[in-house]
Design a protein around this ligand. Structure first.
Ligand code: SF4
Length: 346
């Protein structure tokens, strides 16, 4: 769908802001996220005809939408690209061949509970089982977080693993969303990681500064700025309408703390499968100090097949994007293939 003409950033009819939102801590915002499909439809002025599908999808993967994200969604528009990322629909109950619960075969690369070692030199730690938002296309929507949520003792085992392997240069905190953890816990973990001499970099994969920008508070910035590790934050933004003033301000604070900001997006049918939307996204990211890094094709996870964009169409979109953008604004179009030593360019 390369030629569709989208509405970009015209969101004056979005959900009215919750008047107490700006005074609430990020923890309160996290705990008050909308978790009921009925409430989601009601808040967004959507027809009750969406309810059976929303209930069916919710039973498979629970609804979770924080207020700060909700208010960027247009009222009464079931095609809103932000809504489509969070509203469960009937299509989630259909699983075509090839769509599976563990599309990246992560279970085969888990030498310690909560630790995934797939790539040379990099190890991923499942830092928090929780997310601030539940994205319907998430490749970890079936991930057994209950078996991979380490206690502090289990962290020690993971830290021992990192200490023992001097080829590891980078620790990646992922989840869930690592920033759903408390700053006390994160500061402790990062201090332990920084004490491992061969580790050079800390990477965080997070959507929290996007969906609850107030997560970027003084407590977070304190430990980020203090670590000796070079710190990279890979944000996850799929559509330019996700970048509002609060997100821009949060990114500015992260950059001031010395954090390198990158973005990875997922190419999603009905969300950003449009060259104008993708170009606008790259421009908006760079204006916010974030480098467009990856555009992933969908991982074939059960329940998300309706978001899939075929490879040929993905390549055509990427070519059209290349013709519009400066090279440094062009994200790499990639797929993650289980067993490969790195992401595979399309
Ligand atoms: S924030 Fe990331 S890990 Fe969490 S549901 Fe969304 S895509 Fe999945």
């Amino acid at each position: 769908m390369i030629t569709r003409s989208p509405r970009l950033l015209q969101r004056t009819d979005a959900v009215p802001a919750n008047p107490i939102h700006r005074t609430e801590s990020w923890q309160t915002q996290l705990s008050r996220a909308v978790r009921d499909p009925h409430e989601l439809l009601e808040r967004l002025g959507l027809d009750a005809a969406w309810l059976p599908g929303a209930d069916a999808g919710h039973a498979l993967f629970a609804v979770r939408v924080p207020e700060a994200y909700l208010r960027r969604i247009r009222l009464g528009d079931p095609a809103d690209p932000l809504l489509r990322q969070v509203l469960p629909v009937t299509a989630e109950t259909r699983t075509p061949p090839g769509f599976v619960t563990d599309p990246l075969a992560e279970a085969e690369h888990t030498p310690r509970r909560g630790l995934i070692h797939k790539y040379v030199g990099r190890v991923l730690l499942i830092t928090s089982p929780a997310c601030a938002i539940n994205c319907r296309y998430c490749f970890r929507r079936h991930f057994p977080y209950a078996e991979n949520s380490p206690s502090r003792e289990q962290w020690q085992e993971s830290l021992d693993y990192l200490r023992a392997d001097t080829t590891i240069r980078e620790a990646i905190l992922s989840g869930g969303d690592p920033l759903a953890s408390s700053d006390a816990r994160l500061a402790w973990l990062v201090e332990e990681l920084a004490a491992i001499p061969h580790l050079q970099r800390l990477r965080l994969h997070t959507r929290l500064p996007v969906v609850i920008p107030d997560r970027v508070d003084d407590a977070l910035l304190d430990w980020l700025a203090a670590t000796r590790l070079q710190t990279v934050m890979v944000l996850h933004i799929n559509h330019p309408a996700e970048i509002d003033d609060a997100v821009i301000a949060a990114c500015a604070r992260l950059k001031d703390a010395g954090v390198t900001l990158l973005n990875q997006s997922v190419l999603l049918r009905g969300v950003n499968d449009d060259v104008a939307v993708l170009a606008e996204l790259s421009e908006a990211l760079f204006a916010a100090g974030i480098l467009p890094y990856y555009l992933h094709v969908l991982d074939p996870v059960a329940g998300a097949a309706h978001f899939d964009v075929p490879d040929g169409e993905a390549r055509a979109l990427h070519r059209a994007l290349r013709d519009r953008l400066a090279g440094f604004l062009l994200p790499r179009l990639v797929r993650e293939i289980p067993g490969e030593a790195s992401k595979t360019p399309l």
